[in-house]
Write a protein that binds this ligand. Structure first.
Ligand SMILES: NC(=O)c1ccc[n+]([C@@H]2O[C@H](COP(=O)([O-])OP(=O)(O)OC[C@H]3O[C@@H](n4cnc5c(N)ncnc54)[C@H](O)[C@@H]3O)[C@@H](O)[C@H]2O)c1
Ligand SMILES: O=C(CO)[C@@H](O)[C@H](O)[C@H](O)[C@H](O)COP(=O)(O)O
Ligand SMILES: [Co+2]
Length: 427
């Protein structure tokens, strides 16, 4: 830490130095270096600049709860070999996998408390977070050596991530994603959050888990609709940056749905492996250089311009990935109208959505005021500009800031005329 020198004030009092001027010129290291800076003789202003190194690991580990595995305890110090953990588990996951998880913890001699939490989008709120905090308080944890463990989908991981970022101003946590969205998106980024006041993820922090352990075996019990829900976020990455990933979804999407990434067939296993790795790698390539979102042109925002408002308005009828897919369908057609992709590619995209059994239409698109309000809210979220990612062919993206209400209305009409797949009806 460097401190800039404050000149000897005695020189200033006598007025002997003609070079005197109000306010010391900034001295010390370069402009954006870490350090403590002062700006004036009276030292009435300090600027503290520092940086905090952040690194976190995402590890693929099949059969994570096999008794011989020890990855779960790799984060957190185990003083004298003692393992003590607070484990938050999604209620559905507990019903399906809880016995095996408890047997694993017992086998490793862990002292633990399991907090079972029903989790879905309608429960992604501060009250659920507060309940978890109360139970952590009752159990008592060492905030440096006993990371909280969360086992569940994106909803529970977002909630527990928020709790981790707030509890004692930062308590490390370990993520075990159990849904496809969790494996490729919610479990690999730094975002945490809850819905608030009817708005999607309105309260949240940037707080990555120290360690995320990916075991696709959990997908065996995930229902088909939620496999498709996760495939929507994989399609997002494919459309903005990975044409091969798109081709894999186009050719093998139905196999992935049928086999739930469990590699039932040899071909299905090879595709599941490559699709997961490509999706995760692609997401991380986009996230790492801009993890704290200093720059708001973010390709991974694709499909997330209108969908936050549409998803919350449709709740609980439209899952997150489904709302993202409807948004991507609308913006694919909008991009086609702007000449950013051909009619053939437009039709390929819509066909892949159908192949993944995802909606590319929702009755809410019929409400132009909703779409206008959605875009206005996103403009606020993106510091006053649309910064709207549009597909530039398949596997590329450009950002636009000038989409008009007429364009949106036309894209809705185009999408309707293209006979898009409707989501389930909702009131
Ligand atoms: N933080 C991020 O960067 C990020 C990224 C993408 C999405 N998200 C968030 O993720 C959420 C969506 O996540 P999701 O799709 O995982 O939803 P979810 O967490 O609601 O899980 C979906 C459903 O599946 C059940 N479930 C979970 N694992 C299961 C399993 N292995 N077998 C059977 N059932 C299982 C859950 O109980 C739930 O009912 C949204 O709130 C979205 O905002 C966050
Ligand atoms: O849904 C999420 C994050 O919540 C991701 O799939 C998505 O790609 C991005 O992170 C987007 O930036 C949307 O994030 P946000 O609206 O939650 O800030
Ligand atoms: Co998303």
């Amino acid at each position: 830490m460097s401190v800039s020198p404050i000149e000897d004030s005695s020189q200033l009092v006598t007025g002997t130095d003609p070079g005197l001027s109000r306010g010391l010129p900034l001295t010390g290291p370069g402009d954006d270096d870490a350090g403590l800076y002062t700006f004036s003789q009276q030292v009435d202003s300090w600027v503290v600049r520092t940086s905090k190194p952040v690194s976190y690991e995402i590890r693929i580990r099949d059969d994570l709860f096999g008794l011989s595995r020890t990855d779960l305890f790799d984060a957190g110090a185990a003083p004298e070999g003692r393992i003590r953990r607070f484990v938050v588990i999604d209620a559905d996951v507990d019903l399906l996998h809880g016995d095996r998880i408890r047997a694993y913890l017992d086998h490793h001699g862990a002292e633990y408390e399991i907090c079972v939490v029903p989790a879905n989008e309608t429960l992604k709120d501060f009250d659920t977070a507060a309940r978890i905090v109360r139970e952590i308080d009752a159990f008592g944890i060492d905030r440096r050596r006993e990371p909280v463990i969360v086992i569940g989908g994106g909803v529970l991981m977002d909630i527990v991530g928020l709790v981790g970022s707030l509890y004692r101003r930062g308590t490390p946590f370990v993520r075990v994603p159990t849904t496809l969205i969790g494996l490729v998106d919610a479990g690999v980024g730094a975002k945490t959050g809850v819905n608030f006041n009817g708005h999607k993820n309105r309260l949240g922090t940037y707080f990555p888990a120290d360690l995320t352990l990916l075991d696709r075996g959990f997908l065996a019990t995930l229902d088909r609709r939620h496999i498709g829900n996760g495939l929507a976020e994989i399609l997002k990455i494919a459309l903005i940056k990975d044409a091969r990933l798109f081709n894999l979804l186009e050719q093998y999407g139905p196999v992935l749905l049928d086999e739930k990434f469990q590699g039932v067939s040899e071909r299905g296993d090879l595709v599941a492996e490559e699709v997961l790795r490509r999706a995760i790698h692609g997401m991380l390539e986009e996230l790492q250089p801009n993890l704290w979102e200093a720059k708001l042109e973010r390709t991974v925002d694709y499909g997330h311009t209108f969908s936050p408002t549409v998803e919350m308005r449709a709740l609980p009828e439209l899952l997150h990935g489904e709302a993202v897919c409807v948004d991507m369908a609308l913006t694919t057609v909008l991009g086609w109208r702007r000449g950013l992709l051909s009619a053939d590619d437009r039709d390929r995209v819509l066909a892949v959505m159908r192949g993944l059994e995802l909606p590319s239409w929702d009755p809410l698109l019929e409400d132009p005021s909703l779409l206008t309000a959605a875009l206005q809210d996103t403009v606020r979220h993106r510091n006053g500009k649309q910064r709207l990612p549009l597909p530039d062919g398949i596997g590329g993206a450009v950002f636009v800031n000038d989409v008009t209400e007429d364009e949106i209305t036309r894209a809705v009409r185009d999408l309707r005329e293209l006979g898009s797949t409707r989501s389930g009806t909702h009131v």
